[in-house]
Write a protein that binds this ligand. Sequence first.
Ligand code: SAM
Length: 240
Amino acid sequence: MKKDTVYANPLEQIEEFRFDASVADVFENMINRSVPGYPLVLDLIGVLTEKYAVENTNCYDLGCSLGASTLKIRQHLPESCHLVGVDNSRVMVERCRANIDRDHSQATVEILEQRLQDTIIENASIVVINFTLQFIPDDERQAVINSIAEGINKGGALILSEKVRFEDDSLQDAMTELHHAFKKYQGYSDLEVAQKRASLENVLIPNSEQQHIERLTMAGFESAQTFVRCFNFASFLAVR
Ligand SMILES: C[S@@+](CC[C@H](N)C(=O)[O-])C[C@H]1O[C@@H](n2cnc3c(N)ncnc32)[C@H](O)[C@@H]1O
């Protein structure tokens, strides 16, 4: 796993964060060291896949990056399922396909280079969006969740993970501080934390847990609840 040093040296100008080749090169290391609870969430995607995946249905991983969540799903699917991974970053898609080629699980899989807003969800038992809705413009998020809800069969599940914000300012400050402490613990310097934060400022826009639950409920999910929260990162399970 190549170490993430993207923000290690002082940058003259901090550009908006993009999922380009320099990020794809170190992405596995970056996400593991930046998102508290990420390995646990991947394991729970495996557990939830075993519970909710149904024979002869489709499963989707929207914003699949290098395929960590895609592989977790595939390795716990019935053979008769078909898995679709989607990402709009060409370099991520190319590397994801190479990673998937090395996996010999039985369920069929395809990785599509497209915007998840344009992905047609149909006959689905599981849809995963792991830390990706936060990069979609806020005013497009309800439509995305609505179209996922429409494509999921009765009893099927959406697993959604996101960075979240808190309505209460002091709680928001406390959680931000704890998240930075986590990153320092993972070996990132103050400079790396500050430069990455600036680059994500207008790119990653978090909603509150309440906003997510309301959006999921409005889309028609019968139940929607948080099943993991680590500081300011949360995972939601919504069932049709
Ligand atoms: C934080 S990463 C997802 C991590 C991955 N799900 C995992 O668990 O390892 C976000 C991914 O979403 C992709 N992405 C961002 N906006 C997108 C969009 N509109 N449609 C499809 N993919 C998108 C990015 O290219 C990036 O690979």
